[in-house]
Write a protein that binds this ligand. Structure first.
Ligand code: ADP
Length: 293
């Protein structure tokens, strides 16, 4: 299977005085790469620079060694992009929309129809292919947007919050489908939903305030927290104090009190808790502590 490389160097971006990306250097190889960070971290800016939707300030972005700005239409053909927004093309039907997108990418009429039909079947929208997109549920719209991103069989697939605002079964469908189509491509997946990334990402980028803090496998990131994550049963009234003193990653009712999941060995032991298996949500919390503390 072909290997590809997206190499980003010295990428800085300001909006007025706001620094959105700060000297980002990153080389991504074939596989699924999750882009994780809170609002304002710079995820959209990074994506918009790769898709050339915002003006480059400094730095380079190379696809298999070639500057994407110089590749022009050649780069757009290998790029598939699923934006966040829904609501475009509400009066179109699903099939016309896909055929149109395929034609924009340079497909002939017959090829565009064929590819659209295949994708509609794959995302389970064949029966409604003649219905108005405006009449679709959120999950159906997301599936169609996802299908659209695959229309030119792209080598670089960028998905911006593909599972935002849809119900769990739709989310699982999209998550599994991303996994299925990822072979031989670079998939860059920005999301707030940590469990989606945990399930399918080969690598994770942790982006904070315009800087890349980590670029690692999920296993490496979670292993680093081994011995730090504890679950402890505490009385309800102790919670405010625990939030003041500890990093709490989860809490749920248990018996007459609460079962709290905390990060930090000392505090975990002090609460009399037992060690728990670290997960990516714990990792997220380590880099982005919650506000209630
Ligand atoms: P994320 O996608 O992770 O939420 P963004 O890339 O949207 O982050 O934002 C990074 C920073 O840049 C934030 O401080 C945000 O307020 C600012 N920003 C993003 N887009 C614009 C814009 N069009 N004009 C001004 N500031 C912007």
């Amino acid at each position: 299977m072909a290997e590809h490389e997206l190499k980003i160097s010295g990428l800085t971006k300001h909006y007025g005085k706001t620094l959105a990306l700060d000297e980002v250097n990153l080389t991504v190889q074939t596989g699924i790469c999750g882009l994780l960070g809170p609002n304002g971290a710079g995820k959209s800016t990074l994506i918009n620079l790769i898709t050339d939707n915002v003006k480059r300030e400094t730095g380079s972005i190379l696809w298999d060694g070639n500057e994407i700005l110089k590749m022009g239409a050649g780069f757009r053909r290998i790029l598939g992009y699923m934006p966040q927004q829904q609501g475009y093309y509400a009066d179109w039907d699903a099939e016309d929309f896909l055929v149109y997108m395929a034609r924009l990418k340079g497909a002939g009429r017959t090829e565009a129809r064929k590819r659209s039909g295949e994708l509609l079947a794959e995302v389970g929208l064949s029966d409604v292919r003649r219905d108005r997109i405006g009449s679709f549920s959120g999950g159906m719209k997301q599936r169609l947007l996802f299908a659209q991103s695959l229309i030119s069989d792209p080598q670089l697939l960028i998905l911006d919050e593909p599972t935002a605002g849809i119900d769990p079964s739709e989310r699982i469908f999209i998550r599994n489908y991303i996994s299925q189509v990822a072979g031989g491509r670079i998939v860059l997946l920005a999301t707030h939903i940590v469990s989606d990334i945990e399930a399918i990402a080969d690598r994770i980028i942790i982006l904070k305030a315009g800087r890349i803090l980590r670029y690692e496998t999920p296993e490496t990131l979670t292993e680093e927290l081994r011995g730090e994550v504890f679950e402890s049963e505490v009385p309800l009234e102790k919670l405010p104090e625990i939030y003041r003193r500890c990093q709490v990653s989860n809490e749920r009712r248990c018996g007459t009190g609460m079962l709290v999941r905390t990060i930090g060995r000392e505090t975990g032991l002090a609460l009399g808790g037992r060690e728990a298996e670290p997960g990516l949500e714990d990792v997220y919390l380590r880099y982005f502590p919650n506000e209630r503390r």
